[in-house]
Design a protein around this ligand. Structure first.
Ligand SMILES: Cc1cc2nc3c(=O)[nH]c(=O)nc-3n(C[C@H](O)[C@H](O)[C@H](O)COP(=O)(O)OP(=O)(O)OC[C@H]3O[C@@H](n4cnc5c(N)ncnc54)[C@H](O)[C@@H]3O)c2cc1C
Ligand code: FES
Length: 334
């Protein structure tokens, strides 16, 4: 599927390697009933840490004794030998953004800085960054789907002159669930446009919020301030809305479907509709990539848990080119 995908630097990909939690960041402090946090992890020094490489789109298996193991994508700026690398962490360090949804992720959410966790990886296919060079790039994210795309955005930012127009279209449930919202506005400085939309403009009020009368509210000029003040002034609706706007030649006079490459990550139904919208805009199916997340166990193509049609998503995916994935996306309950 891709020319080069870093592999676990070991003969035994089943064996977890210890990593220490260096920091934990609560990513959605304004959201009720949703715990999403980012771990910065550092592999214990040794051969594995020294030789660990990954590319955006790949994932690790995170193992917590007594709880179990889960697949989690790399979300941080990455470090590798690739010409498209960007280095903001030491060798053998990386970041994962995790939503606490069940047994293992809730147990990981209880860990503290200094605690250890087992790591196997990296596994899976990366986003095709080299194939984006020289093209306009649309990056479509739904909810937590922005996490596996974040390292692509920094890889592009690091080598910005290799890409034409780059735009991130990000849809979230409500303003309080917009991930990395402090960073999103800052991507403008890399000449990366960001358009956001929410299903519901009003976030549920935080527990101790005080109502403000309209004339007490200062004008909000960044996405972050808008979210914190709960005064949403951007698009409302599904992320396809942002994509469909490109049908308007007057709004997007320089949009060229034949020269556009699209990366999509989010819930399966969102990826399905986004890909269909992209197709309607005239973007070729082999210029679109999606990331398919299914239940994974071994991560190395042995157990079959991740089988989806002809693909073992732990090694053929999670990143798949849309023209190859499309026939199977249309099969109900596959
Ligand atoms: C390649 C890959 C990359 C992933 N990257 C991330 C990431 O960066 N951050 C993150 O928070 N999660 C990510 N996930 C999803 C994560 O692996 C699951 O949320 C996790 O396995 C849930 O385990 P649990 O024991 O906490 O919950 P469980 O008790 O196993 O499940 C709790 C609920 O979550 C649902 N669920 C479990 N696994 C998945 C899944 N893969 N997709 C959708 N729903 C699921 C279950 O059906 C159930 O309703 C990724 C999954 C894959 C396959
Ligand atoms: S997770 Fe075992 S084959 Fe993919």
């Amino acid at each position: 599927m891709t020319a080069f995908a870093p592999q676990p630097p070991t003969n035994d990909p089943w064996l977890p390697h210890l990593a220490t939690i260096r920091s934990i960041e609560n990513e959605l402090p304004l959201a009720n009933n949703t715990t999403v946090f980012t771990l910065e992890l550092e592999l214990q020094p040794g051969h594995y840490a020294q030789n660990y490489r990954f590319l955006p789109g790949q994932f690790n298996m995170l193992y917590l004794p007594g709880a179990g193991e889960v697949a989690i994508s790399h979300c941080g700026p990455h470090e590798s030998n690739s010409a498209l690398a960007c280095n903001d962490l030491p060798q053998g360090s990386f970041r994962h953004t995790i939503r606490a949804v069940g047994r293992v992720t809730n147990a990981i959410a209880q860990l503290k800085p200094g605690d250890s966790i087992g790591i196997r990886g990296p596994f899976g296919s990366p986003w095709p960054i080299e194939e984006l060079c020289g093209h306009d790039v649309l990056i479509l994210a739904g909810g937590l789907g922005i996490a596996p795309l974040r390292p692509v955005i920094y890889a592009i930012a690091n080598h910005r002159n290799r890409f034409n127009d780059v735009c991130v279209l990000y849809g979230s449930r409500n303003p309080s669930t917009i991930l990395y919202h402090k960073e999103l506005s800052s991507w403008k400085k890399f000449d990366i446009q960001v358009e956001t939309t929410v299903d519901q403009p009003q976030a549920p009020p935080p527990a101790q919020s005080q109502p403000q009368s309209p004339n007490e509210q200062p004008p909000k000029d960044t996405l972050s301030e808008t979210i914190e003040a709960n005064t949403w002034n951007q698009a409302i609706g599904p992320v396809t809305l942002l994509l469909d706007r490109r049908l308007s030649r007057s709004l997007y006079p320089s949009f060229q479907p034949a020269n556009t490459r699209v990366l999509i990550c989010g819930p399966e139904i969102m990826m399905h509709y986004c890909a269909q919208s992209a197709r309607k805009l005239g973007i070729a199916p082999n210029s679109i990539w999606i990331s398919m997340e299914r239940n994974m166990q071994c991560g190395v193509g042995y157990c079959g848990h991740c089988q989806w049609g002809p693909f073992f998503l732990c090694k053929d995916g999670p990143v798949l080119r849309y023209d190859l994935a499309e026939p199977f996306l249309n099969i109900k309950d596959l």
